[in-house]
Design a protein around this ligand. Structure first.
Ligand code: URP
Ligand code: ZN
Ligand code: ZN
Length: 487
């Protein structure tokens, strides 16, 4: 009789904390034992010479989402999760995105209906709040938080998403009260709007001007303001898709004051620059995302932030749009930089890129890689220790990496539905060759083994990381000592 359903034998097992040579015994979808010379499994995988890592968690990706401008993502929950799995990711947290006028509860139901029959790996949802009405803040959102949607994203820019500071404070106060985590897209709306108007009226319509209009200062200013709003109420926030050195400095400086300010960055800020957006003709549109990639010094600042702990999470911000009128170029060859659909694909390459350029080149150790790509996501969003680590009792979500495998990236080898990749032609070292979700093999020998709809929804718990730091600003401390607290 076998002791386990599956044994992964003889690999180098790394978590965010440790690296050990041992076997992993899996039973009923969970890790049942870690040790040397474990008993037999019904199935065994020889992992000698391989790395056995927690499956990645991509906590920022857009799947089957309609943008505020009405453009639909190229990936649905099948192609999006298949691509994620091939790249070593076993949990995704995309967005259930509210458009103005919509009921949040209805939005969540719609995303479930889309995901449940298609996802091949497990998933949770963040919410996007674009219409914080009394009904939304007073009833829908608190109830949804209790149902396991414990994080939500707010925007300081974009015509149909932008919230003013007053609205942001309402949402931050609610998050504090309910224990939810707020993710902030921080760019100064009016700076971008003003620059965009000047550029367009002077005939500067090419994609390269996207990077000009989304100025570094716009990101730095909004990051500072978001942090101040959060500080006023003593509520943690996560600044998402951070690219500008100015923004990184703001986050770092807040962290050194003891504020619970978290940072996320993405592959496009390590591996692309504004020069890519300046490629000839409309080609640059393939690289347009917000905030945009900056310059080489900016890339170095992002690497430094990953190394020194300013960033807790490395996500893809996979925003998949085809390079045609259905996606990137809504007005065909007449599309101006303002109308280009924002976002780049990256759900499959997120981990291989960081592994190759980070671990492979000695910029990050393996444990930091695991923390940045899996463990910290689970901790921030209330999925730990079920997800994000390899420990007895955790779901057996595991990616077995061949650290020596060489790959030349091409759009043709990827499994998303985008048709291009910003990383075409890059040479990568290391690739996840076998991927398990809850102990079942999802990807093996370059083939998908899991069926449509085999992924499960994960309600998220409230996270320790969303609890106030306990550093009240003097005005609020005064108010609390003189009658009912303000928040
Ligand atoms: O350009 C980007 N990042 N597009 C996706 C939407 C967002 O703001 O995350
Ligand atoms: Zn954003
Ligand atoms: Zn995004």
């Amino acid at each position: 009789m076998a002791d386990f359903d599956l044994v992964i034998r003889g690999g180098t097992v790394a978590t965010a904390a440790d690296t050990t040579n041992c076997d992993v015994g899996i039973k009923d979808g969970a890790v049942a034992a870690l040790g040397r010379q474990l008993g037999a499994g019904l199935r065994e995988i020889d992992a000698r010479g391989k790395l056995v890592l927690p499956g990645g968690i991509d906590s920022h990706c857009h799947i089957e989402q309609r943008s505020s401008a009405g453009v639909i993502c190229a990936d649905d929950f099948y192609s999006g999760t298949v691509a994620a799995a091939f790249g070593g990711t076993t949990t995704v947290i995309p967005f259930a995105a509210q458009h103005r006028g919509q009921s949040l509860r209805q939005v969540v139901e719609d995303y479930h209906a889309a995901a449940q029959p298609k996802a091949v790996i497990d998933y949770a949802f963040h919410l996007i709040i674009s219409d914080p009405t009394e009904q939304v803040l007073g009833q829908e959102l608190p109830a949804l938080i209790r149902d396991g949607y414990t994080s939500f994203k707010v925007y300081m820019t974009y015509d149909l998403l932008q919230l003013d500071d007053h609205q942001l404070l309402d949402i931050l106060a609610l998050a504090r009260r309910e224990g939810a985590l707020v993710m902030v897209h921080a760019e100064n709306y009016d700076m971008i709007r003003w620059l965009t108007a000047r550029l367009l009226e002077s005939g500067r319509t090419a994609p390269r001007y996207h990077a000009v209009s989304h100025a570094r200062l716009a990101e730095g200013e909004a990051t500072h303001r978001a942090i101040s709003l959060a500080q006023l109420l003593d509520v943690p926030i996560l600044l998402v898709h951070v690219s500008a050195p100015e923004a990184i400095e703001e986050i770092r400086s807040a962290q050194t004051k003891g504020l619970k300010i978290y940072g996320e960055t993405c592959p496009q800020y390590l591996f692309l620059t504004a020069e890519d957006i300046a490629r000839p003709g409309l080609e640059g549109a393939k690289y347009c995302c917000s905030p945009p990639p900056r310059d080489q010094a900016g890339q170095e600042a992002v690497w430094a932030g990953l190394k020194n702990g300013t960033f807790q999470v490395f996500s893809s911000d996979h925003a998949p749009y085809r390079f045609d009128a259905s996606g990137k170029l809504p007005h065909g060859e007449h599309t101006t930089f303002k109308a280009v659909a924002n976002g780049v694909p990256g759900i499959e390459l997120r981990l291989p890129l960081l592994f190759s350029e980070g671990v492979g080149r000695g910029r990050l150790d393996l444990n930091a890689f695991v923390a940045l790509t899996a463990t910290n996501h689970a901790k921030l969003y209330g999925l730990y220790p079920r997800k994000g680590t390899i420990a007895v009792g955790s779901d057996a979500d595991i990616a077995i990496w061949d650290p020596g495998r060489e790959t030349i990236v091409s759009a043709a080898m990827l499994h998303d539905n985008v048709g291009y990749t910003p990383y075409e032609g890059r040479h990568l070292h290391g690739w996840p060759v076998t991927v398990l979700s809850r102990g079942r093999v999802v990807v093996e020998d370059g083939a998908l083994v899991a069926g449509r709809g085999s992924g499960a929804f994960l309600p998220c718990a409230l996270s320790e990381f969303a609890k106030p730091a306990g550093i009240a600003v003097p005005e609020l401390a005064y108010a609390a000592g003189h009658g009912a607290p303000l928040v």
